[in-house]
Design a protein around this ligand. Structure first.
Ligand code: SF4
Length: 316
């Protein structure tokens, strides 16, 4: 019997690599003042190169500007414009740019099909280690963002970053926290289990052998309505990837030309991935960045955008 596993054909737009946080493990950021903000013309040029038939999601992923910085408004406006531009070009934007105020989040919800923010870990010990210089990684702030997105009825993606100095108790507590927020608002469509993957051999990678059991436990803790997502470029051993599917993972997340957060971990060619899965009895299917059960939360315009793409990719 063939079973189904989904992925989101995506392309990532990066408004800026500048970030006021300094997470110890980050391979993405540059110091404020050392980068630039993408122009809409540059974004348009990037979108023009895409194959409109095969790309569905535009992931807008950015370094963060401090909420009190004079640069915040400009940064936020550009993110809004990029979301709008993506929609105008027939793509479905999904924004993940760090914690937002209620006003910012509700503005972006008007031009995004879904949004996301990694919870990472609820262990507060990390606030004095890897997140010591990352004020926006405060656990309380992240939990508040999950609550806020629920209150605003935004279909949401969150997840755990595994192997940044937490202990196992933090894994289960993080999943419990997500489950409990979902029970209140019902808005979390998927949870990513992302193994920390160093870009140089000096740092210690998360032990991938642990992942299938974590997926299995996560499946017990999370409500069935939440899909568990595994990034296939980071789960580099096919046997482990397949074991994660057997344990309950059902989605492979966004697959595009480059993983901006883990640029040295390339996705294997889609056809090869499809064949690997097919040989183990899995059918890989494209999906939208919003799950059908949430369509009715969208404005009429966004619903229309989702229906259009849904018809094109025949995800059903
Ligand atoms: S918040 Fe994100 S981009 Fe900024 S330093 Fe941390 S991991 Fe890097």
């Amino acid at each position: 019997m063939t079973r189904e596993i989904t992925y989101s054909p995506s392309y990532t737009l990066v408004p800026t690599y500048e970030c006021f946080n300094r997470c110890n493990y980050c391979n993405f950021r540059v110091d404020p003042g050392k980068g630039s903000l993408i122009t809409t013309k540059q974004a348009q040029d990037q979108l023009n190169l895409l194959d409109r038939e095969s790309v569905i999601e535009i992931l807008i992923l950015s370094g963060e500007v401090h909420p009190q910085s004079p640069a915040r408004e400009n940064w936020f406006t550009r993110i809004y414009e990029l979301s709008k531009l993506s929609l105008q070009q027939g793509y479905l934007p999904h924004t993940n740019v760090g914690p937002l105020s209620k006003g910012e989040m509700s503005q972006l919800a008007k031009v995004n099909l879904s949004m996301g923010l990694m919870l990472e870990q609820v262990s507060q010990n990390l606030e004095s280690t890897v997140h010591r210089y990352a004020p926006s990684k405060k656990v309380q702030l992240r939990l508040e963002q999950l609550e806020l997105s629920g209150e605003l009825r935004i279909p949401f993606t969150t997840g755990l970053l595994l192997g940044i100095g937490e202990n196992q108790d933090s894994w289960w507590a993080s999943l419990e926290a997500i489950a409990s927020i979902w029970r209140k608002w019902g808005h979390i469509q998927e949870v990513i289990l992302q193994p920390y993957s160093p870009q140089s051999s000096q740092d210690r990678a998360f032990d991938l052998n642990l992942l299938p059991d974590i997926v299995k436990n996560a499946r017990q803790i999370l409500p069935n309505q939440i899909t568990i997502q595994i990034p296939p470029n980071l789960v580099t051993i096919p046997k482990i990837l397949l074991a994660c599917l057997e344990a309950g993972a059902r989605d492979l997340g966004g697959i595009g030309p480059i993983d901006e957060v883990n640029p040295t971990y390339q996705h294997m060619p889609l056809q090869l991935l499809q064949e690997t899965l097919q040989n183990a009895g899995w059918l890989l299917k494209p999906r939208l960045p919003i799950y059908p059960e949430y369509y009715h939360w969208l404005s009429a315009d966004l619903q229309q955008a989702a229906f259009c793409r849904s018809a094109m990719v025949k995800t059903d």
